[in-house]
Ligand binder design. Structure first.
Ligand code: FAD
Ligand code: NAD
Length: 467
């Protein structure tokens, strides 16, 4: 029987990063993945394919709607080759997952294909079509991720009533896609299909889309996406989803308790994801799973069984790839007797619509709830020369700083390249910068990043230059 210092179950951004870091630190490492390709949700059916389709559909929208403004005339009608778009996405995924094979090889990590399940605290059985194999591991890291959640009355047929996984491999552009859930997936994939010509209706239970982000971001993104033709139905509680042939009818009640129906050819269910532990047989090792289905961990990401750890979507916290990776690194470094830490307040969130939406730290609503006295500085993207040059004038950057100390407490953005701009805010906050610190740093001109400086100027002394 092969023996390892560490076995990692699951090869998503949590698992594969944990495995690489363990190997870098000199541990004999195995990784177990039930699918034939490595990379987990993120690389196969999540971050990477969704961004590939967002990029392709963005190019199409730019061509059709904005080329003319730039003085670019096309010889004829612009057509979508949807199959090619989906094939390109598949090839981006393939290149990316092959990259993980390369990294496993480079770091001398043994890869096992099959479902990993606990036999006991130190033995893992790997089951595949080739039969069962057992390995022994001093330590195990559970990184089994998550799967799409649904509502109890919805029968996902995966043809017309679908989750993000199917929405990434459709064979046709929907005529009318009804999206249940105005969170990250609903808005990203809703925008993809809206750009490609589908009618898109988003039905959201809360009173605003992206309800966990700053209210100002919800408002701005709603405004922009409405301009793009997406219809929003907030404060709507879905009660039934039925399919008849190629038609799906969604029934909901609005805020006034009035019944409303939506009929489309596709219904995307994007109401969150659930932690995934099916087939893991955690009970054989005595590992506790809580009522939400998450593996219970302490601040060291250690389960109730001392040589077994869990990271990523299968434990509490934001279901984000970079959060999973940070946790993978943390566990590996702890196993090597280092003292790493993660500041969960500084894990940024991004919605990759266009304009992009990005946040780090506390929202205004959280600061109010926590009774923290704060100052707010906001700068509109439309006031930037760079934004006017590219035509990306929607959005703003808002910096929230402590009223007394000026320390930056939260940064919230909507705008072109916000996903990249948020890194400046994370850096500043990691070093506990004040708004004035950011305001005094030189930002290249003309860039979208100048809006960060201007928002900081507005927050620190209410003296932005360009508004
Ligand atoms: P996963 O990536 O889910 O990986 C878990 C792996 O474990 C899977 O490969 C699974 O097959 C395997 N596994 C499970 N059980 C077993 C077992 N018993 N034996 C062997 N293998 C097993 N996050 C971002 O940060 N940015 C984004 O832009 C983004 N976009 C997304 C878009 C979509 C459409 C979706 C669905 C998600 C997106 N996410 C994004 C979320 C991100 O994908 C997850 O947060 C991330 O993948 C979690 O990583 P993980 O390693 O915890 O788990
Ligand atoms: P989400 O939690 O972002 O959004 C779900 C939305 O559905 C919420 O707005 C919620 O209020 C709403 N909702 C819940 N029940 C409902 C109901 N009965 N009727 C109507 N609306 C309802 O979840 P998601 O969009 O499914 O994404 C799942 C996870 O994947 C998220 O945790 C997210 O972090 C991750 N993800 C991240 C990215 C990214 O980082 N860009 C992209 C995609 C997914």
């Amino acid at each position: 029987m092969s023996k390892y210092d560490v076995a990692v179950i699951g090869s998503g951004p949590g698992g594969y990063v944990a495995a690489i870091r363990c190997a870098q630190l000199g541990m004999k490492t195995a990784i177990i993945e039930k699918y034939n390709t490595l990379g987990g949700t993120c690389l196969n059916v999540g971050c990477i394919p969704s961004k590939a389709l967002l990029d392709s559909s963005h190019h199409y929208e730019e061509t059709v709607k904005h080329f003319e403004d730039h003085g670019i005339e096309l010889p004829g009608d612009v057509k979508i080759n949807f199959k090619k778009m989906i094939d390109r996405k598949a090839s981006v995924v393939e290149q990316t997952t092959k990259g993980i094979d390369f990294l496993m090889n480079k770091n001398k990590i043994d890869v096992f294909t099959g479902v990993g399940s606990f036999k006991d605290e130190t033995h893992i059985v790997i089951s595949s079509d080739d039969g069962d194999k057992t390995i022994e591991a001093k330590n195990t890291i559970i990184a089994t991720g998550s799967k799409p959640a649904t509502l109890p009355f919805i029968e996902l047929d995966k043809e017309r009533i679908i989750t993000s996984t199917e929405a990434l491999v459709l064979k046709e552009i929907p005529k009318h896609m009804v999206v249940i859930g105005g969170g990250v997936i609903g808005l990203e994939l809703g925008q993809v299909y809206r750009r490609l010509g589908a009618e898109v209706s988003v039905v959201e239970y809360m009173d605003r889309i992206i309800p966990t982000m700053d209210k100002a971001q919800s408002k701005e993104l709603t405004k922009v996406m409405k301009k793009q033709g997406v219809k929003f139905y907030v404060s709507h509680k879905v009660s039934a989803v039925e399919r008849k042939k190629d038609e799906v009818t969604i029934t909901a009640t609005d805020k006034k308790d009035k019944e409303v129906t939506f009929t489309g050819d596709y219904c995307l269910v994007s109401v969150g994801r659930r932690p995934y532990t099916d087939g893991l047989k955690a009970e054989n090792a005595g590992v506790k799973v809580n009522e939400k289905g998450q593996i219970e961990v302490n601040e060291h990401l250690q389960t109730n069984v001392k040589n077994i750890y869990a990271i990523g979507d299968v434990v509490k916290g934001a279901m984000l790839a970079h959060k999973a990776s940070e946790e993978g690194t943390l566990v590996a470094e702890q196993l090597a007797d280092q003292k790493p830490h993660i500041n969960y307040n500084l894990i940024p969130s991004v919605v990759y619509t266009w304009p992009e939406v990005a946040s780090v730290g506390k929202t205004e609503e959280q600061l109010k709830e926590d009774k923290v006295e704060y100052k707010s500085g906001q700068f509109p993207m439309r006031a930037l020369g760079r934004s006017r040059a590219s035509g990306d004038t929607d959005g703003f950057i808002k910096i929230l700083a402590d009223k007394e100390t000026d320390e930056v407490l939260g940064v919230h953005m909507v705008g072109a390249r916000a996903a990249d701009l948020i890194a400046e805010a994370v850096t500043a906050m990691e070093y506990r910068a004040s708004a004035e610190d950011i305001a005094r740093m030189s930002h290249a001109h003309p860039t979208y990043a100048e809006a960060v400086k201007e928002a900081a100027l507005a927050a620190t002394e209410n003296r932005p230059i360009h508004t």
